[in-house]
Write a protein that binds this ligand. Structure first.
Ligand code: PAF
Length: 282
């Protein structure tokens, strides 16, 4: 496995691979890798000849009062984990390499970035879409892999790829969970033991929604109220939003019918966590 830090070098290396007609699978990450990331890499390893992982904590997707500085960084450990699952290249640029001067060009995606997390993190998806576009232009992959834990991000990237006619297959991979149900996230590292325990209420509330819908509940308000009541029992958890919406357009629904997304964000202590589940109402 090669670790490359410049755009010039990664472009040259991948150009050689493309000349040999190799397919390229790409996993953009911000590092602090966990089993969720490794699942994306394993899938890319199965699908593609060459697997590229980027590790870049992207400043443009963090708000001014968010955790950009504190975001956990450990390239050595990340590289060991990536190598173990058969990654061929890590692209780990410095900020100056990706943003050598003031960035005047951004990728803005409408509507689906204005709801859910986008409503609470106003420039977040603009930063994500811009950096992912830049990385796509640098790596020029055939396939790119994203976790469903960041479901809205996956939908935003899919929409961007469609709207801009990118010749890249965007593949979503199921959320990987700890044994007790907590969705894997780099930010779980911030949780102290009490918060870690309290955070379980998030996946439990999604399971509750799943059970209710399986038992025939169609009333969105009833499901939301039951979930909120459960979450509010946990004093360390402060619910930011809870939404039940169309799984593609992310628009509000009147009732639970067809494929619906149940998504939430909450602060557990000072840590913001997100989770979601896709349910099938009949
Ligand atoms: O999901 C992430 O880790 C980031 O948002 C991404 C896609 C790597 C863009 O910085």
């Amino acid at each position: 496995m090669k670790i490359i830090t410049t755009i010039k070098e990664i472009r040259e290396a991948l150009k050689k691979e493309r000349k040999k007609s190799k397919t390229i699978g790409f996993i953009p990450t911000m590092g602090c890798l966990h089993e969720g990331h490794l699942a994306l890499m394993r899938r890319a390893r199965k699908d593609c000849d060459v697997v590229v992982v980027s590790i870049f904590v992207n400043p443009t997707q963090f708000g001014p009062s968010e955790d950009f500085e504190a975001y956990p960084r450990d390239l050595k450990k990340d590289a060991e984990m990536a190598e173990e699952v058969g990654v061929d290249y890590i692209f780990a640029p410095a900020i100056k390499e990706m943003y050598p001067r003031e960035c005047l060009t951004y990728v803005n995606i409408g509507k689906i970035t204005e709801v859910l997390c986008g409503a609470h993190r106003p420039s977040h998806f603009r930063g994500v879409a811009t950096v992912v576009s830049k990385l796509f232009n640098i790596v020029q992959p055939n396939f790119a892999y994203f976790g469903e834990k960041d479901y809205q991000q996956l939908m935003v990237i899919k929409r961007m790829a469609e709207d801009l006619n990118l010749d890249i297959r965007i593949v979503g991979i199921l959320t990987v969970r700890e044994e007790d149900g907590l969705a894997m996230s780099s930010r779980n590292k911030y949780l102290n033991p009490k918060e870690r325990k309290a955070a379980l209420v998030l996946s439990k509330s999604l399971k509750l929604a799943e059970r209710m819908v399986k038992n025939g509940e169609k009333n969105l308000k009833t499901v939301k109220e039951a979930m909120t009541k459960l979450i509010e029992k946990e004093p360390l958890v402060d619910l930011e939003y809870l939404a039940i919406c169309d799984s593609i357009s992310l628009k509000d629904l009147l009732e639970i019918k067809g494929k619906v997304l149940v998504a939430l964000a909450a602060k557990v202590g000072k840590t913001r966590l997100i989770d979601n589940i896709i349910l099938e109402g009949d």
